[in-house]
Design a protein around this ligand. Structure first.
Ligand SMILES: *Cc1c(COP(=O)(O)O)cnc(C)c1O
Length: 355
């Protein structure tokens, strides 16, 4: 664990706001940022100079380790505003915990939860006008850490920068998603870094995903690297399958990211009395299920889209489409979860945290 001085945050306010230049009805996900950011540097074995300042580019040494050796981790979470103008986070402690376990895996320093949360809370209060009310509106929060120590020497940096940036978001509709089941490429391997939210995991997906895009598919369902027989994640989301009336999803492992949306859906399903199984799901079950009609739904689960229904999949050059259904469990769970997040429904789990 790293140490820190008392979290006294210096605040440098932007001279004016960019908010009036933003068309909140036509936001492209992750492309507009608020007026301020939070920053804190790790030097001489401790976190120092926590600062909120105007959002702006910054300078780095070209030999900074992040450019050469990829020590970079991030999180994705959201803030919501209710009808009383109160601001809410959804299970933020889970994000802090995961951020620190990603840090450990990438040989980076952990950040004290109090510093992370204090920086985030003050940043949200300062930029609160960017959080719009109403179902579908949210502020996407992107905390990240990079290795800033210089020198092209292949060992862990001794200096790091932690930042939080904020981006207003509308409900994210992925459209009709068709996926390819991976037979060659892998997202993660046993003993690897698949369970960490680290930049390289995404970089490694871009090429195989671009090949899938060329064939008219939006995403890849990743399978286990050793045998390519088990279904593990859909793109950058966890994945659920509905077989008859049972939801199934792979258990978390070194190859699977422990998603907050995934675990929330599992908890909600249990409470609703929906049968749910966490167990390895085989490609062969999927093919069998689509042939005999027992496979009803497939959906991805993650913070950005919450739930993203999948329409069909390709496997070994054959395309299979799911039947139209009336009562989508995916959409029911999505509605329940977004209502909890937006404070439009009771939160029996105590997941929402007011700032
Ligand atoms: C972030 C992420 C998820 C989803 O996690 P949430 O906490 O639900 O947003 C799933 N898979 C991968 C690979 C991810 O990086």
């Amino acid at each position: 664990m790293s140490t820190t001085q008392a979290n006294k945050i210096e605040i440098i306010k932007a001279p004016n706001t960019k908010i009036n230049e933003v068309d909140f009805d036509n936001l492209n996900f992750g492309s507009v940022f608020t007026d301020h950011l939070f920053e804190c540097d790790y030097k001489d074995g401790e976190w120092q100079n926590p600062t909120i300042k105007p959002y702006a580019p910054f300078m780095m040494d070209p030999s900074s380790r992040v450019f050469h050796y990829g020590q970079a981790i991030f999180e994705g979470m959201k803030a919501y505003k209710d009808d009383n103008n109160d601001i809410w986070l959804f299970r933020p402690d889970e994000n802090v915990k995961r951020f620190n376990s990603s840090a450990v895996r990438m040989a980076m320093p952990e950040i004290p939860e109090s510093l992370f949360m204090e920086g985030l809370n003050q940043l949200l209060k300062l930029d609160e006008a960017w959080i719009k009310k109403g179902l579908g509106n949210s502020l996407y929060i992107r905390p990240f850490m990079i290795a800033t120590g210089y020198g092209v020497v292949a060992n862990p940096s001794n200096e790091y920068k932690f930042m939080i940036i904020l981006s207003p978001a509308k409900a994210y509709y992925s459209g009709e998603v068709k996926v390819i089941i991976a037979e060659h490429f892998s997202r993660a391997a046993n003993g690897g870094i698949g369970a960490a939210k680290t930049a390289g995991n995404y970089a490694g997906q871009f090429y195989p995903t671009s090949l899938a895009n060329k064939d008219g598919f939006q995403q890849i369902i990743w399978t286990d690297d050793a045998t390519h027989t088990k279904l593990e994640e859909a793109g950058t989301m966890n994945v659920f399958f509905r077989i008859n009336d049972t939801l199934v999803t792979a258990p978390t492992s070194e190859r699977i990211l422990d998603g907050v949306t995934r675990k929330s859906i599992i908890a909600m399903a249990k409470k609703e009395g929906i049968a749910i199984e966490e167990r390895p799901v085989l490609v062969s079950e999927l093919i069998e299920g689509i042939k005999n009609g027992s496979l009803k739904e497939i959906f991805g689960a993650g913070t950005a889209a919450v739930v993203s229904p999948i329409k069909g999949f390709a496997y070994k050059n054959e395309y299979f489409e799911l039947p139209e259904i009336e009562n989508s469990v995916a959409l029911q769970l999505k509605e329940k979860l977004t209502n909890i997040q937006h404070k439009l429904a009771e939160d029996p789990f105590g997941w929402t945290v007011k700032i």
